[in-house]
Design a protein around this ligand. Structure first.
Ligand SMILES: [Zn+2]
Length: 175
């Protein structure tokens, strides 16, 4: 069954918790609020994305220039970042708070990990071009940087350290 997102009118699954296009949260009836990025968040991105050689200094201003489609978002408690089985190749970096990663196998749901500030996630779908392999929700309130797939292209093509890191992460988390 197909429904429509009340925010952007994209077609979504009837039981979707969140619109994959605009990230509208159906339970909360709003999209995660976009926050201004500050230099502390930029520093978290720099470490998580292995940008040291690319941008010895990576400030909030540079982040906004090189990642124009991306941004820092405030998620409410249990707000959904990613749903297992949906498509999507954005990366997520936890800047403040934490998220819970869980996987269902049809009958049971297992919590795989709780990831805190500095953690990067979403790399399996990105690297392997497969549907999301787990569901990720905010634990209490969390600030998450959502790195748009289109903003990543140049970095992926030119920053070998990041590509290697993402492949290693994807491989270790797929086991
Ligand atoms: Zn939408």
């Amino acid at each position: 069954m197909i429904a429509r997102c009340p925010s952007c009118a994209a077609e979504v699954e009837e039981d979707a918790k969140r619109c994959p296009a605009c990230h509208w949260d159906f339970a909360a009836r709003r999209a995660p609020a976009k926050l201004g990025i500050d230099d502390a968040a930029a520093e978290v991105l720099k470490r998580a994305l292995k940008l040291e050689d690319f941008f010895p200094e990576f400030t909030a201003e540079i982040a906004q220039k090189v990642f124009p489609r991306s941004g820092l978002f405030a998620y409410a408690d249990k707000g959904s970042l990613v749903e297992q089985g949906e498509s999507g190749r954005d990366l997520f970096i936890v800047c403040h708070g934490s998220v819970q990663v869980e996987r269902g196998d049809g009958t049971a749901t297992k919590v795989l990990a709780t990831l805190g500030a500095g953690s990067l996630l979403g790399e399996i779908a990105l690297i392997k071009n497969v549907p999301r392999t787990a569901t990720v929700t905010a634990v209490e309130q969390a600030q998450i940087y959502r790195l748009d797939f289109n903003d990543l292209q140049y970095l992926l093509a030119n920053n070998k350290a990041l590509g290697d890191h993402l492949r290693e992460l994807a491989s270790s988390r797929s086991r």
